[in-house]
Design a protein around this ligand. Structure first.
Ligand SMILES: Nc1ncnc2c1ncn2[C@@H]1O[C@H](COP(=O)(O)OP(=O)(O)OP(=O)(O)O)[C@@H](O)[C@H]1O
Ligand SMILES: [Mg+2]
Length: 316
């Protein structure tokens, strides 16, 4: 069961706060070396889960294996291999960013030269080279968050937990964090992040799980999740309304079970189950000498996935 290719294996996990059952018999596994995103709404239990996996919080029952160590028995071994941003490090607001990182590096066992080298590297990676000379209390929220993440990875962990790493960040800081996450994963670190942003999960994650009602309600690659929900749609544009109407008649005849939706004056769209159906629609039109001006095939968005699996509520 607990294969070595898995960074995290969870079976039958239960966790309540008094009467509030937050995680209900939850199962989840996360393969090593991947970027995994746990997606859920406010209060879904994301932070609770990350805290349990990073040994900061006790759980009521179930089996948890992190990097082949069992929790809670082998918490110390787990702790030596993982990092969680913002939890293990306390930044000193009166020191500069650079001083903070050097201090933490020295505490982690680096000698003075190594500590300076690693600090320089991290400040560059997080676009903080200039800010590094200023005291932390003068930092903006985004700079603070980036320094926080940098401090958490002074030593490259095997598994990094990031709880909503980009919430509240501007687009530039967000893309700095994304690049850093990709780089770390490229070098073999498993990333377990939580997010409320569909776009973030879609752009960054290899694997996504949606948490809702204390359970994982959907899991897969972004593409798999999208294909689970909506079907693909082919949209076809014609030179004018008359041509569109002729085309519509023809398509309705060949595909009586499909509904054709009109848009604007010269466009319609049809749901298809696979690409070959789009081909046969286009071929049918060509046989009748109807030439589309343009066409496109689109997939369901991750928004639709989220809406479907969380019962139609969103935070926005
Ligand atoms: N220490 C605690 N004591 C009591 N209840 C708690 C505690 N921590 C979390 N909860 C409750 O557990 C539930 C899940 O909270 P959690 O913080 O894990 O959600 P989340 O998915 O991280 O939400 P957010 O997106 O807002 O960060 C919520 O109902 C919350 O009120
Ligand atoms: Mg949270």
């Amino acid at each position: 069961m607990m294969g070595n290719s898995m960074a995290v294996e969870i079976r039958n996990l239960c966790k309540s706060f008094k009467q509030n059952e937050v995680l209900k018999d939850l199962d989840l596994s996360v393969p090593k070396g991947k970027i995994f995103a746990l997606l859920g709404q406010n209060g879904a239990g994301k932070t609770t889960m990350v805290k349990i996996l990073s040994t900061l919080l006790k759980f009521d029952s179930g089996h948890i294996n992190v990097l082949s160590h069992e929790l809670p028995k082998q918490s110390d071994s787990v702790r030596s291999k993982i990092s969680m941003t913002g939890q293990y490090v306390a930044l000193d607001e009166d020191l500069t960013g650079e001083q903070n990182l050097i201090l933490i590096a020295r505490l982690s066992g680096y000698n003075s030269i190594q500590a300076k080298g690693r600090t320089k590297e991290l400040l560059e990676m997080f676009d903080l080279s200039d800010a590094g000379k200023k005291t932390v209390k003068t930092y903006s929220g985004g700079m603070h968050r980036r320094l926080d993440i940098a401090a958490g990875i002074i030593k490259t962990p095997e598994l990094l937990f990031l709880d909503e790493p980009t919430t509240g960040l501007d687009p530039r800081s967000r893309s700095v964090v994304w690049d850093f996450v990709r780089g770390l994963a490229h070098n073999g670190t498993t990333i377990f992040l939580t997010t409320q942003y569909l776009e973030e999960a879609d752009r960054l994650a290899d694997l996504i799980a949606v948490i809702e009602g204390g359970k994982i309600v959907a899991k897969g690659t972004p593409t798999e999740l999208k294909s689970l929900v909506g079907r693909k749609t082919v949209s076809i544009r014609f030179k004018d309304t008359a041509e569109r109407e002729s085309a519509k008649k023809l398509v309705s005849k060949s595909f009586p079970n499909k509904s054709v939706t009109e848009h604007e004056s010269d466009l319609f769209s049809i749901e298809i189950s696979d690409i070959s159906q789009a081909n046969s629609i286009l071929n049918g039109l060509a046989d009748a000498s109807i030439e589309p001006v343009e066409y496109s095939i689109s997939q369901a968005s991750l928004d639709e996935v989220f809406l479907t699996f969380t019962g139609g509520k969103t935070n926005e």
